[in-house]
Design a protein around this ligand. Sequence first.
Ligand code: 2M8
Length: 469
Amino acid sequence: MSQHQPTSRQVTHPALDDTAAAMETRAELVDRAREVLDGNWMGRYTRPSQALYPHQWSWDSAFIAIGRAWHDPARARQELETLFEAQWTTGMVPSIVFDPTAPPDAYFPGPQVWQSERSPAAPHGRPTSGITQPPIHARAALEVHRHAKPADRALSLAWLARLYPRLVAQQRYLAATRDPGGRGLAAIVHPWESGLDDSPAWDRDFHRIAVPAGALPAYRRRDLDHAAAADRPTDADYERFLYLLTLERAARYEDSQVLAATPFLMVDPLFNAILLWSAHALADIARLIGADPAPHLAEAHRLHEALVGELWVTHRRRFCAWDLRRDQREPEDSIVSFGPLLDPDLPPEIVAAICRELESPSFHPRPGGSHYLVPTYSERAADFDPDRYWRGPVWLNTNWLLWHGLRQHGRIGLANEVVASSIELVRRSGFREYYDPLDGSGHGSDRFSWSAALLIDFALAGHGAPDSG
Ligand code: 2M8
């Protein structure tokens, strides 16, 4: 792959613009975003996109609910309820809930490959994947409730109270069952669990996995029917994704067996920062419904200590993913390192170090250079790829998470730049799945639901003020 030279570009950073014309553009984008969401509404949930992702995905639904909450709180509530109906008895929320009305070949690997019915913990009669995704749902539920109109407040509180035990079960599952060494952090057993599937953050570990000859039957990648091969994970990575799936399936998705045997066992700073942020959200929800917030605050504190104690690597000035199999902290300079900004108690010197990196030429080339924020991988890395999936492009969900993290630490200037870039990318290229940070072109799916949902939140809430309560 080529070494990119950002300094040859002449695009400047977009800045937040509050002129009447800019506000009108934002209002138009919000209208279009609502159309995208309505077009992807499937009756009880929203698919991420029509062709590439025709089922319900876990963290997509959380982001979608956050955007929908502005205009359609009933559907936002339904979205999360539908997802949690498929929660496993272990507390795990599956990464995919398959839609039985979608054609059997619509997505690969589909329900026939996952065979979730092999696990007694899976919901009966409701095929799902056998792994999870980042636990952003408590935060999403809180955001949805905050949008409730005064007349709907009682109804919304009752909804929160119904969801609360399920959110707690999800949190407990990750904090207890997924912490094999008792280090206070949740491990993921498949890169798909991170949501940032082929991120370079775990290349060193993931690329060491050798798929034995004959381990996989012949298959056809359906994703390549709907997206350019150069924008998607490589065939070699796909092969490893599927191989891990077959190992987990052979263990009937039984957690202790999977944890003992999987060759991929990673502690991701972004996943754990989301877990921590959701623990704070659970404390807020507990207060709202008259439950005890103390256990959630204790959990958030424990996660804070473990994040800083285990994943902050002082000599690299960076949070690193931790490969538990080799006991190595991965040195790759990717967006997962910035996730801990979601921790409200992060020490100021660590916040400052993260912001320095975010403002460095790796992620934020200076004027005279490009560009759009925030690339998912350092532009100075030899294998930075501006168009391939999680290996360089800008994604609006990681931008949304960083925007919240930056705001809560008072980094309003940088937070506003992230918002401005996000809105400008949609204005230029539409509701794409991800965007080239150098030229702003769109890649992957079109009419992608979380890009639409988060555009709404950026456009309507993205102006400076830190989070309220
Ligand atoms: C992508 O992941 C799926 C596998 O779960 C895929 O590539 O087929 C990721 O971007 C993930 O974060 C996202 O939730 C999913 C649906 O949008 O697509």
